[in-house]
Design a protein around this ligand. Structure first.
Ligand SMILES: [Zn+2]
Length: 268
């Protein structure tokens, strides 16, 4: 059999039961419980990959990128911890040798009401990010980046809204929604049921993988920032334009350039 390797990018805000910021922050209330469930949901996707005879590599993509408990993943799975200082960000390490990308614990983007934890990369700075006039999520950024590396995005678990948005971007992607949002609350699958669903759906995704998402020729990024001071700082870059008091825009030619420029704007 042709053994393949799959890349799993993991976040925390889309894990079942995770509802408040303190649960996602190191030393925060219930963080240890959240990271354990994050690890077990990741393990479920790994299990599906291993049982199909393939290999899995996991990239921790949340906060300081050292959340997943490696010992809760199946033997043989390698884990990327800490930030790689690379524009791949939550996808750093993905390259053409991977047969597909899977996303676990992903969440609704800033500018939507799909999660009490809806955000895009930086909750304090970004009101919303649009690419080519549509709200873009971390999944949007990461699946475009994977596609640039020649890797199709085949599976996502997380809140119901991110699963629906991902399907809108990649109709053949397999989704495993583990919770829904009700204002500042969440309506969650039982942790064990979320694990079962992720394993079942990841196995389906491997049997019926989504194709590579098409890459547009240009990426018109618009970033609505929470502070007008950040807008002014960002305008120091000669190719960044101001579209209104709180929004800047930049046109990139590749997903990698989108990531580089988004990171630049976040530092303003
Ligand atoms: Zn996160």
């Amino acid at each position: 059999m042709n053994q393949k390797t799959y890349f799993i990018s993991v976040d925390m805000e889309g894990v079942t039961d995770v509802t408040a910021w303190c649960e996602t922050e190191k030393n925060g209330e219930d963080y240890e419980r959240a990271r354990r469930q994050m690890s077990l949901e990741t393990a479920a996707a790994c299990q599906a990959i291993l049982e199909a005879g393939h290999l899995a590599v996991v990239r921790d993509g949340h906060d300081y990128a050292r959340n997943v408990l490696h010992e809760l993943l199946p033997r043989g799975v390698k884990l990327m911890r800490g930030w790689a200082c690379h524009p791949g960000s939550m996808m750093a390490g993905v390259d053409e040798k991977y047969a597909g990308a899977l996303y676990v614990g992903y969440h609704s983007p800033a500018g939507t009401n799909g999660s009490p934890l809806a955000h895009t990369m930086n909750k304090n700075k970004v009101r919303w990010l649009k690419i080519n006039r549509k709200i873009a999520s971390e999944f949007t950024l990461n699946s475009l980046y994977a596609a640039q590396m020649g890797v199709p995005s085949i599976f996502i678990s997380g809140d119901e809204t991110i699963c629906r948005l991902a399907s809108g971007e990649i109709p053949q992607i397999t989704t495993a929604p583990v919770k829904e949002c009700r204002g500042n609350s969440t309506f969650n699958l039982h942790p064990a049921d979320a694990i079962d669903l992720i394993k079942e759906k990841a196995a389906e995704a491997l049997k019926n993988p989504a194709p590579l998402r098409p890459l547009p020729e240009e990426y018109v990024m618009e970033v609505c920032l929470t502070s007008h001071q950040s807008v002014r700082t960002a305008l120091a870059h000669p190719a960044i334009r101001q579209t209104d008091d709180s929004t800047v825009s930049y046109t990139a030619r590749s997903p990698k350039e989108v990531n580089v420029m988004f990171e630049y704007i976040l530092q303003c």
